[in-house]
Design a protein around this ligand. Sequence first.
Ligand code: ADP
Ligand code: MG
Length: 691
Amino acid sequence: MYVKGVGPRRAEDLEAKGLATAGDLLNYAPFRYEDRSNVKPMSRLAPGEMATVLAEVKALHSPRFRRRDLGMAEVVFEDGEGGRLTAKWFHAEYLKTVLTPGTRVALFGKVDFDTYQGELAMLHPEFEVLRDEEDDEPGLHTGRIVPVYEAAGKVSARVLRSILKRLVDHLPPIQDALPRGMCDRLRLPSLAQALKELHFPSPQTDVRVLNAFRSPAQYRMILEEFFWLETGMALKRGQARAENGISFELGDRVREQIKKMLPFKPTAAQKRVLGEIARDMASPQPMSRLLQGDVGSGKTIVAAQAAVIAVENGYQAALLAPTEILAMQHYLSLKQIFAPLGYQIVPLTGSMSKKEKEVAKRALAGGFGRIAVGTHALLEEDVEFHKLGLAIIDEQHRFGVLQRKALQQKGVMPDVLVMTATPIPRTLALTVYGDLDVSVIDELPPGRKPIETVHRTTAELERVYSFILQQVRAGRQAYIVYPVIEENESLAVKAAQAAHEELSKTVFPQLKVGLLHGKLKAQEKEAVMDAFKQGKVQVLVSTTVIEVGVDVPNASVMVIENAERFGLAQIHQLRGRVGRGAAQSYCVLVTDKLGDTGKERIRTLVDSTDGFYIAEMDLRLRGPGEFLGTRQSGLPAFRIGNLIRDREILEIARSEAQAFVENPPSPEELAAAIRYVREHWQRRYGLALIG
Ligand code: ADP
Ligand code: MG
């Protein structure tokens, strides 16, 4: 690409920002607009207003300050009609060569009145040198609604503005790929029109509308970005549905078996969700379903019910968990749940001995192991299933798409159920998990007492400790958790070790204090967890390894140290480790002094126990990238769309895309859309359409 004004050095900076082609640049939306269109003669300038004024340089001084040289440039301007205005710039020696006397400029800035000099003044105005007569008409950097870009390396907003002006003024004929029918129905401006208005809005546009990203041009560009993403998702869903999956039978015998195994009466939400899963499993298309449910809402039993359907049809089921602790917990609870049915449950984790693994693999390959429960070890090449019919993935957000695929490929078109207790705000569910159908358990089992959450500073730790002591005397148990900082588990382990030392020796010498972290051997972990479960350990000091899955109903206190370093969703998960029994439970968030956002984050947790609300707040306070945490989360990098600001547009894009793919206006238009998505998806969203 050759764009005037972009030499090799600038090209490098631009490329580093993902702006490699003219198309990239055209899609580089201003993040803000400034109204600099208020052009006034000097005689009518009023102090305090923002205005643009046209003037000529009369004289330029560089006054020196006594103590240090601030490189100030002081320039006197005249309008040729008796008006005078002095502008000052600090650190601006270079202006001496630009603003030579006689130069005509447009100045934009806040008008001041210098009472000492009795003159108009501007401090650090934006300026633009006017070279030709015609430049006196609305300029580029002043005298109009001006787009403000995020700088790209050394390429400033100002330079970007000039580059884009040239691009937009000499726009080559571009193909508008959006379906015509949708554009007409939604009255979207054409792509060319939208690009022009996006970068250089016409004078009558309301700047407030622009800064809310709701001008027709912005709306179109946002909708377009979401539309193609959602079209890709819709095609993917359609593709998955076209494949031949397993039709599980749902006869009376299967229902009987499910009833026989249920240890309690399912909640209405659990029943509804199982209905959705059962319908998917009975249909010949492979299931791809996301099961969301707050911590403790009872997802495990629903997954177990689904597993009964698979096993009673002669298939196997596999449950994949992100950590050893969680896998072992699942193994133990499934063993109990399935005892009445006599299924053989096979654990498979990385810490098992070679021999134990061999036994497990043989059971799965031979088919007599009905249900596999394990960690990443399940995904290894040499793990084979006799007949895998249902793949279940717990805490989906801890895994990438590839791992989901890897488990799936252990069978022939098995049904897939992914579960998460980190409630995913709908906007993210539509993008990151847009190729999945979604079920939600929005009800907790009866009899749960809401957890009481309080905020304490480190200065109040003594109080926190005496509260723990009081709870332990009443027969309860407590967790104290330290965060993993910057993905650096060893730092957290050190903090937990030091705290364990101090707590067991000086703070609670009379209690048994346990220590749990990811660096322990599997057997050591198990021993500590067992001791805690049996009440032999009263206070458990831990890193976040206990975040998911740990289930000790007698624990009633969760103390989270350095709570400001955790994501809200993560704290909510940790908090879910208590409140599992009959006793009132407490969560204590300990922090140092907090800033405003920090305070708001902690307040969100103190005020609410609703995981979905907390997730929405977390998303809003931290942004989507941070919220999802990992790179493998598959969050697309949007150019103009913003998942928080533009959620309604996302919803519209989703339903438009779905309707378009299901009911294309013509086969040619669908084919064109598929081509477009193939070409652009990978590059635009970093997602693969196939596979
Ligand atoms: P999560 O959704 O966080 O994985 P679990 O499946 O671990 O939740 O369930 C949390 C606890 O609630 C478990 O001890 C489970 O036995 C219990 N439970 C689940 N469903 C019900 C129900 N319908 N009635 C009573 N207890 C239930
Ligand atoms: Mg669970």
